[in-house]
Ligand binder design. Sequence first.
Ligand SMILES: *Cc1c(COP(=O)(O)O)cnc(C)c1O
Length: 223
Amino acid sequence: MYDVKGQLHQVLDALPEGVRLVAISKYHPNEYIEAAYEEGQRIFGESHEQELRQKHETLPKDIEWHFIGHLQTNKVKYIAPYVTMVEAVDSLKLLKEIDKQAAKCGRVIDVLLELHIAEEETKYGLTPDACRQLLADGEWRELSHVRICGLMMMASYVDDEQQIRSEFRLAHSLFDEIKERYFADAPWFCERSWGMSHDYPIAVEEGSTMVRVGTSIFGPRVY
Ligand SMILES: *Cc1c(COP(=O)(O)O)cnc(C)c1O
């Protein structure tokens, strides 16, 4: 088996205090997750509802599952009973559905708003202006079963360190703007989820509070 424990500690050793690790376990078997769990890791991230459901059912119940992928509204009801955080909320429609399903379970679910800053073409994520607009609309204030805890983003998948850095900086400045305008009195709005295997050291320098690292811990995914 891949040296999950050794790799996990390498990543953990590189993180300053106050930065949490979400171990991205998508496409990796339970044995890999158990190896990390034995070393004390408790936060894991998955991006497919069915895969997450199987893992949730078979793995220890004190694992905190973060849903990091694009979530279809019709899948929300399956993860609402147990998911700890939905990291990639990119529409009011999805936010409202999470609120509705959380209410049915008598829960409040933590979420992050996903920003689309990278130059790559992707359908997902809110542009900075769309993010401002969603918050300005104010409808989110009526949703008492979701708690917006911060922002999440993926930088462009490039080698140009300056470009990656400038994208993280843009996300950080948007975080500060939103924090001041809407969440100044909300201590839970404190998460900046950025940094993956190829760029998490840069992300940490640029104010990440939560890195999402898969490959550097578990090795290449087998799809
Ligand atoms: C897969 C994935 C990651 C982890 O990527 P690695 O390059 O394996 O570290 C992080 N964030 C999101 C949203 C992902 O889909």
